[in-house]
Design a protein around this ligand. Sequence first.
Ligand SMILES: NC(=O)c1ccc[n+]([C@@H]2O[C@H](COP(=O)([O-])OP(=O)(O)OC[C@H]3O[C@@H](n4cnc5c(N)ncnc54)[C@H](O)[C@@H]3O)[C@@H](O)[C@H]2O)c1
Length: 376
Amino acid sequence: MAETGQKITEIVVALGERSYPIRIGDGILSGLGHALARLDSEKKLGLDRKIALISNPTVYALYGDTVLSSLEEAGFGVTVINIPDGEEYKNLLWVEFIYGELLKARLERGSCLVALGGGVVGDITGFAASTYMRGIRFVQVPTTLLAQVDSSVGGKTGVNHALGKNMIGAFWQPSMVWIDTSTLKTLPPAQFAAGMAEVIKYGVIRDKAFFECLEKDKDRIMGLDPGSLAHIIGRSCGLKAEVVSLDEREAGLRAILNYGHTVGHALETLTKYKKYLHGEAVAIGMCIEAELAEKKGLLKPGIHERIKTLVSSYGLPAEIPAGLIGEEEMFKAMLLDKKVKGGRIRMALPVDIGEARIETISDFRPPADQSADQSA
Ligand SMILES: NC(=O)c1ccc[n+]([C@@H]2O[C@H](COP(=O)([O-])OP(=O)(O)OC[C@H]3O[C@@H](n4cnc5c(N)ncnc54)[C@H](O)[C@@H]3O)[C@@H](O)[C@H]2O)c1
């Protein structure tokens, strides 16, 4: 239980001495300061009590005061840094701005950054933490569903470059992830649905019972029932934590988390990041990749339709509108992905609900078409 009295679910990301807790609860934002102070003394984090709270004006207006007073009440001296709201500000220019504010406030090696916001704030704060004074501690307080189930967990931090998304970055694990599910009440519905794409992904690649629960509990989840939210966020973080613990630097298994993302990224690139939210592109990607797995004989017939039905039921797009992008064009865009080696695409494909594996593919066609081509 936290000082706030609310029930808290804890999941540990097991990475030896870099292990850290993910704590999830409804209305726990005001318990952050004391929880961090306690973690500091229990795990001997060596915090010097100086904190920079990094956010954006949208999120800060909603939750900034609560987090600021919680940290101050627990004895931390806090500098607030707001960066503009938007993916276009996740770049080195704004990292430089953050460094400047940290230096002016005299944050040192024992100081800590707190990221309050969605994936953009989390990624840039984590990257600043990984490099400021050769690396200082940071805490994630994610406020979008996508950030709560995905970007705040696993230690990938980074920023965009004019020539590519997330091209500059570092693996840097937070000291704690503090998730207040009640912050989702103010999130626009499309952003909530986008986060659900990643939740569905975990069910498809790793947990059949969880997938079935998403089918059954849709109304409660969409109604933001606190118990259901704690369950889906906890299970998603647990599944991601398990994969990350087994393969922190994506040498093998971690690549299954990219299910839906190879097609999804290509779709985002081809539509210049304007038509779809990331989660929407991943939703379409999961449906197309499942169809591909079926065509290649890896997935039993009918399962791709079941995935499509679940994706659509959460208000997500399940296919590319007719005429928008052809298969050839899509395949060419996929070849530009940073995971491509020697012209062959390595992608995570489902082999059943709850199981995925990495396959190398060289086009979108079923095996029969390819052998016909080779004999011609
Ligand atoms: N590091 C990783 O492993 C990882 C994984 C997936 C995605 N990402 C990154 O995450 C980013 C996308 O994150 P996102 O989807 O959270 O987008 P985002 O951070 O842009 O947030 C979406 C919008 O919601 C607003 N918002 C946030 N919380 C709110 C709340 N509680 N109420 C009202 N509005 C709120 C934000 O201000 C923003 O306008 C991308 O940059 C992507 O590259 C990183």
